[in-house]
Design a protein around this ligand. Structure first.
Ligand code: T5A
Length: 221
């Protein structure tokens, strides 16, 4: 069953590699839902609650280069637990919609498919922290990693690169494949979006899918 956060609100996630345009599209979707009168909160991972934002600083600190993908996975799930408990759960129960810039699929793709942490370990963490719940809808923004990394670099300017952007191209290729494999395994939930197009074309496709999948349900309730 899709959408097993059994709450009045809907939970939508954006996933994909570096610079694929997730933040841009998440904000545009939030605006469109808001224009329909649907109360929508934009959130992100790692982060989304005060304690999880502290963990985000630690995870993205470019000084901590030498660490294992398993250590990262444990921290991402620690942050996710706080995010779920403090932000996502209460907001959905109050009837809000949530749009999250990244969620569990990022751990499966970054630390799992690309980083080499075993699927068994990640499944166990997922069960403990998230349970059987899944987002109602997930967009996977897909593009060649070379282009996404270039976009992220242009946007960043002279700021220090974070530890994940800095990993080699093979890592980012495995990452892309990891996201595509997730989409293939869960076609009811995941929609792969060609992110190598202009912002408006991508936003239109995202909106069409959201309207078809979730809006009629919300309007008839
Ligand atoms: N991570 C995260 C894990 O390893 N495991 C996990 O479990 C989780 C949750 C988070 C890092 O943590 C890793 C993944 C990440 O490495 P972050 O800073 O939040 O760090 O990184 P990203 O989520 O990758 O965010 P980015 O900002 O790099 O990418 P976005 O959000 O995909 O892209 P966006 O929208 O900011 O756009 C980037 C630039 O491109 C332009 C934008 O204006 C912007 O300048 N742009 C476009 N340009 C041309 N055409 C388009 N269609 C464009 N769309 C956007």
């Amino acid at each position: 069953m899709v959408g097993i956060f059994m709450t009045p609100g809907k939970f939508i996630t954006f996933e994909g590699g570096e610079g694929a345009g997730k933040s841009t599209q998440a904000e545009l979707l939030r605006e469109r839902l808001g224009a329909l009168g649907i109360r929508t909160i934009l959130t992100r991972e790692p982060g989304g609650s005060p304690f999880a934002e502290e963990i985000r600083h630690l995870l993205l600190d470019p000084r901590h280069k030498e660490r294992s993908p398993l250590a990262d996975a444990l921290l991402f799930y620690a942050a996710r637990h706080d995010h779920l408990t403090r932000t996502i759960g209460p907001a959905l129960e109050a009837g809000n919609w949530l749009v999250s810039d990244r969620f569990s699929d990022s751990t499966r793709a970054y630390q799992g498919a690309a980083g080499g942490v075993s699927g068994d370990i990640l499944e166990t963490l997922e069960k403990w922290v998230v349970g059987d719940r899944r987002p109602d809808l997930t967009y996977i923004l897909d593009m060649p990693p070379e282009l996404g990394l270039k976009r992220a670099e242009e946007r960043r300017g002279h700021d220090a690169v974070d530890g994940f952007e800095n990993l080699d191209l093979d890592f980012h290729k495995r990452l892309r494949q990891g996201f595509l494999d997730i989409a293939k395994a869960e076609p009811e939930r995941c929609f792969v979006i060609d992110a190598n197009r202009d912002i408006d074309a991508i936003a239109s496709e995202i909106w069409r899918i959201c309207e078809k999948r979730l809006i009629p349900e919300a309007v008839t309730k």
